[in-house]
Design a protein around this ligand. Structure first.
Ligand SMILES: Nc1ncnc2c1ncn2[C@@H]1O[C@H](COP(=O)(O)OP(=O)(O)OP(=O)(O)O)[C@@H](O)[C@H]1O
Ligand SMILES: [Mg+2]
Length: 469
């Protein structure tokens, strides 16, 4: 595979003619004098310069009209630059803003073949994949009706199905997915994740900060046709949000500030933005090494992370073994991402027969606050009798709605000894885990329960801030 960047954009400019009056367009067409202009030039992109390596997933963010779609169209070759150079070395599958891509007069099926052919696939290769494409799009009989009769959701379903089945080197997605329903979006994001893992380069426009942070390795901020930041998603999103929520009279000042510090670090995150809540800012100072990995890493296992104050009790007939946390895919981890789902599991060996058995877990903070616990059954629903020699695997699924920091897990097995329910085995602080910081979360405190905050300045439109990780 070539080591040259997949995309090279050099000093790119794009201007559109803007006619102040509709009839000026006609005058221009009829004008014999080349010098006479009936339009002004509007610069939608100015001096854009960047490279994207193979395998990168890059999010493009920016306010409405900042030039994102224009940039993507130029990269996809559906729009020509006014000046500068753009090179793309590979097969590009694109989901641009609605309207691009399919011929409305042809049926979905015909469009699949036309689209695939344009992307360089043979008729036979498309026929081979047709079934999978249709299954993914799941638009039923509409596949044999003209695309002009499709709803925007159907259109996107089919366009996305084609895009992911042509084995692109570059997948370009411009907001399009926000049209599909939630279930379809989730399916698409799962496919994007798979494409990403298989080494496909992905360019992605989104207004959803959390999507960019979760999905991308890198982000680029456009504003007024200018590239104002290029760096880790978290750093870029924090600038984008500052731009988004800035009063109009501060925008210019912000732009100038961002111009001065345009090239943000690609690997190491900046400290948390000053406008973050004090609780989060404090965390970042305490554990700067964790901040460096924040927001774009998968959960992982850090072997240095061990609970060194584990307290075990004398076994009363059962033994808890191998407490651990796994991702839903079964990978052992102890550095977790907030907002994701995990499994806490352990094994239990019974050294003798015991009545009324149940299993439990508890999450505690560094200072010992009991945050959340669960038992496998209510008192009246315990396992009536467990034989000597029996082995159990116990697992608790949980949503990691925790603030960044370190936590401890307990494990316990209870059963009846004599007349009383008692611990057959108990491991306090059996394991330690950490939750990585995410500055896109807005909640403070230990538990993340608040999903959105609405603020309203008297006389202005309501603004809603999503905490949607
Ligand atoms: N064909 C055109 N003729 C004239 N102006 C255009 C044309 N296409 C885009 N523009 C202008 O260029 C600027 C950038 O548009 P673009 O569609 O790239 O923005 P965007 O960042 O994708 O915005 P959004 O978030 O709303 O999708 C806008 O001011 C837009 O009005
Ligand atoms: Mg756009």
């Amino acid at each position: 595979m070539s080591s040259e960047p997949l995309i090279e954009v050099r000093d790119l400019y794009k201007s559109f003619p803007v006619y102040d009056k509709p009839h000026h367009r006609l005058f221009q067409m009829l004008s014999r004098h080349k010098r006479q202009r009936w339009y002004r030039e509007f610069e939608a992109l100015r001096g854009i310069d960047f490279c994207i390596e193979r395998g990168e997933t890059v999010g493009i963010v920016g306010r409405n009209g900042s030039g994102k779609s224009t940039l993507l169209q130029i990269i996809c070759g559906t729009l020509a630059p006014s000046r500068g150079e753009v090179q793309v070395r590979g097969r590009v599958a694109a989901l641009l803003e609605l309207g691009a891509g399919f011929n409305p007069e042809f049926t979905g099926r015909e469009n699949v073949f036309m689209n695939g052919t344009v992307l360089g696939l043979t008729h036979a290769a498309i026929a081979d994949r047709l079934e999978e494409i249709l299954a993914f799009a799941n638009i039923g009989d509409f596949i044999d009706r003209p695309v002009k009769t499709y709803s925007s959701g159907m259109y996107v379903r089919l366009a996305f199905a084609v895009a992911i089945h042509v084995e692109p080197d570059l997948l370009v997605v411009d907001e399009a997915l926000s049209v599909g329903d939630e279930a379809f979006q989730r399916k698409c994001f799962a496919r994007i994740e798979r494409l990403r893992q298989s080494g496909c380069t992905i360019l992605f426009v989104s207004h959803a900060a959390s999507t960019v942070i979760e999905l991308c390795d890198r982000a680029i901020l456009l504003d007024g046709g200018e590239m104002l930041a290029d760096g880790t998603p978290k750093a870029v999103i924090s600038r984008y949000q500052r731009m988004l929520y800035a009063p109009e009279d501060r925008v210019q000042e912000l732009r100038e500030q961002m111009r001065r510090e345009k090239n943000l670090p690609r690997q190491v995150e900046e400290p948390v933005a000053q406008d973050a809540s004090p609780a989060v800012a404090e965390e970042a100072v305490i554990d700067a090494s964790m901040t460096a990995h924040a927001a774009y890493m998968d959960a992982y296992f850090d072997e240095h992370l061990r609970s060194d104050n584990e307290l075990t009790y004398t076994s009363q007939g059962a033994r808890i073994e191998d407490p651990h946390i796994m991702t839903m895919a079964g990978k052992r981890v102890n550095v977790l991402n907030a907002g994701e789902r995990y499994i806490y599991a352990y094994a239990v060996q019974f050294v003798r027969g015991v009545p009324c058995v149940r299993f439990g877990m508890l999450i505690k903070t560094l200072t010992g606050v009991e945050l959340a616990g669960a038992v496998s059954a209510r008192t009246e629903q315990t396992i009536i009798w467990v034989e000597q020699g029996a082995q159990f695997k116990v697992s608790f699924e949980f949503d990691c709605r925790l603030a960044p920091g370190a936590y401890f897990m307990n494990a316990g097995v209870q059963g009846r000894v004599g007349e009383e329910e008692t611990y057959l085995d108990r491991r306090i602080d059996a394991l330690m885990f950490k939750v990585m910081p995410r500055t896109d979360r807005l909640s403070t405190g230990f538990i993340d329960l608040v999903d959105s905050v609405k603020i309203r300045l008297s006389g202005m439109k309501e603004r809603s801030v999503e905490n949607d990780g």
